[in-house]
Write a protein that binds this ligand. Structure first.
Ligand SMILES: [Zn+2]
Ligand SMILES: [Zn+2]
Length: 362
């Protein structure tokens, strides 16, 4: 079969066990490379990455996509790389190939957070997560068995920025008046409008923007936070036995996502500060005085589980076990909850009417 890409040699590497020659894999429990056959261990040297200045170092963020192929150093077989992958398993010999850092085009990862949650623990986290889903059918909870847990390092940009914002807007305060309508007196709500303006200073730290083709920002937000202060310098030893990807969104676009999120926080804080009853409009102009970023790989356990011919996915934070995902909804459970609420409201209204009647109000 003709391949539509060139297979290159010496561009990936495999960590071999010095004792028995098997492929070593990273162990989340031991934080080192471990041989699955003879249990030999190899320590990984760690150092802390540091932030880079966005304005002086962001190159626009070259994004590379498409197919590539590598010759497996173990069996010489052709390993296909789809999309943004940087580590993959050889389909012929099972060796865990990791692309050498020098082969990455564009930005190189500054560091990563190694997995500390093991695969078994991640499955357990998923089980606890679905148990707490009140609308999920109990059958789905009992049958929950994820297909394959994929340990994936998600390329993410971490942003810091000091901001100053000028704002101006029109807020309203509600007040009640009693007005005569025919021969009845009714209470009406009116609004007293007023203008606001000022300056808002806010320093942001550790805003996580995922840049992975296999995850969404919404999913990522569901498993945040990460203990980013514990990130270590990039070392491919951590990737052995795990999947990893390159960024699929440029640093500039990712920075805009971070700015949108900062903007939202600033708006919310200004509104909360003035505490109005109504917001007519609020204009905010923000200056980002200093933007720093770090390109980190964050550990995520990803999986899917089947239920009634449909596939649902879930994700587990590889450091904390915090889980997020989609769960099936049982229409019966929703109905029971609605009926329950109706019954409670009915009982309260009934009790109020009853006390009203017994106190001689009618
Ligand atoms: Zn060994
Ligand atoms: Zn191979």
């Amino acid at each position: 079969m003709e391949e539509d890409f060139v297979a290159e040699q010496g561009k990936t590497s495999i960590s071999k066990c010095t004792n028995c020659g098997a492929d070593m894999v990273f162990s989340p429990k031991r934080g080192s490379l471990v041989c699955p056959f003879c249990d030999s261990e190899k320590a990984i040297k760690v150092a802390t990455p540091s932030f880079r200045d966005f304005f002086s170092s962001a190159s626009g963020g070259f994004v590379e996509t498409g197919k590539a192929g590598y010759r497996c150093p173990n069996c010489d077989g052709l390993v296909k790389v789809e999309g943004f992958s940087t580590s993959m398993t050889c389909p012929y010999c099972g060796a865990t190939n990791v692309i050498n850092l020098s082969e990455f085009k564009g930005l190189k990862p500054d560091g990563l957070l190694p997995f500390t949650v093991s695969q078994e623990e991640a499955i357990e986290c998923g089980r606890k997560w679905i148990k707490k889903k009140i609308f999920a059918p109990s059958k789905a909870k009992k049958m929950f068995s994820p297909n394959e847990m994929n340990g994936l390092y998600v390329p993410s940009f971490i942003f810091n920025s000091d901001t100053t914002s000028k704002y101006e807007g029109r807020f309203g305060e509600e007040y009640q008046v009693e007005v005569k309508k025919g021969d009845q007196i009714v209470t009406e709500t009116r609004v007293r409008w007023y203008h606001v303006s000022g300056t808002w200073n806010r320093d942001f730290r550790d805003i996580v923007v995922e840049a992975c083709s296999k995850t969404t920002q919404r999913q990522m937000n569901g498993i945040l936070p990460y203990d980013l202060q514990n990130a270590v310098n990039y070392d491919k030893a951590f990737l052995a036995g795990f999947s990893s990807e390159r960024y699929d969104t440029s640093i500039t676009d990712s920075c805009n996502t971070a700015k949108d999120s900062m903007q939202q926080t600033i708006r919310n804080e200004i509104i909360r500060h003035h505490n109005p009853d109504r917001v007519d409009y609020l204009n905010v102009t923000t200056t980002y005085k200093k933007i720093e970023y770090e390109y980190l790989l964050l550990p995520v356990w990803q999986s899917e589980y089947p239920y009634k011919k449909k596939i649902y996915n879930f994700m587990v934070n590889g450091r904390t076990g915090k889980s997020t995902g989609k769960a099936p909804v049982s229409p019966l459970r929703v109905l029971f909850l609605v009926l329950g609420i109706v019954a409670v409201v009915g009982a309260i209204v009934g009790a109020i009417i009853y006390s009203y009647i017994t106190s001689g109000g009618v």
